[in-house]
Design a binder for this molecule. Structure first.
Ligand code: FMN
Length: 172
């Protein structure tokens, strides 16, 4: 394990992506699967932890998507997505949707609501969104979605992500 580090990113050190990634990794997040529809109407999706709530009125939320992410063209073309918030029992699903070169939807059943984008059943929460705004942000694009429909189930414990690993919340 590395000890404490302070890195000034105003100069040449901007290339130290590892240190920045490690610092970002100190912020605990939930884990989601963002689903959408590709040009042929087929289901597409990827694991994402950049989900954040934005506004209650109107109801808005955001995801930050890497410019090179294979799902970005589908997200931009369809303009619809669902953020499926995973519970602690869905770690395998998180891994499956972060894997490259496989059918991420193999063995996965889903529902559809207003937009046709896949809604994964049994999640801790689902947010169906229509693209409200897209913002260029460095090597990512921020998709702000207008939330059309939500489902949540407070009975579940969340799957969380911290320092590059999946964790569960300890309540005592
Ligand atoms: C826990 C976790 C969180 C992730 N969060 C994001 C994210 O918020 N945005 C993003 O673009 N990629 C994120 N990724 C990476 C995507 O899942 C990535 O697109 C995928 O692993 C590579 O697939 P692709 O080449 O089909 O894009 C995350 C991966 C993991 C494991």
């Amino acid at each position: 394990m590395n000890g404490p580090r302070t890195i000034d990113l105003t100069g040449e050190a901007a290339a130290d992506a590892r240190a920045l990634r490690d610092a970002f990794g100190c912020f605990t997040t939930g884990v989601t699967i963002v689903t959408t529809l590709d040009g042929g109407g087929a289901a597409a999706g990827f694991t994402a932890n950049s989900f954040a709530s934005v506004s209650l009125d109107p109801p808005l939320a955001l995801i930050s998507v890497a410019r090179e992410a294979s799902c970005l063209p589908a997200l931009e073309a369809s303009g619809v997505f669902v953020v499926n918030v995973l519970h602690v029992g869905q770690q395998d699903l998180a891994r499956q949707f972060a894997r490259r070169g496989c059918d991420r939807f193999e063995g996965v059943t889903f529902d559809t609501w207003h937009t046709g984008a896949p809604v994964l059943p049994g999640c801790m929460a689902n947010f169906e969104c229509r693209a409200h705004d897209i913002v260029d942000a460095g090597d990512h694009r921020i998709l702000i979605g207008r939330i059309l429909k939500v489902h949540h189930d407070a009975e579940h414990e969340p799957l969380v992500y911290l320092r590059g690993g999946y964790r569960k919340v300890h309540t005592d």
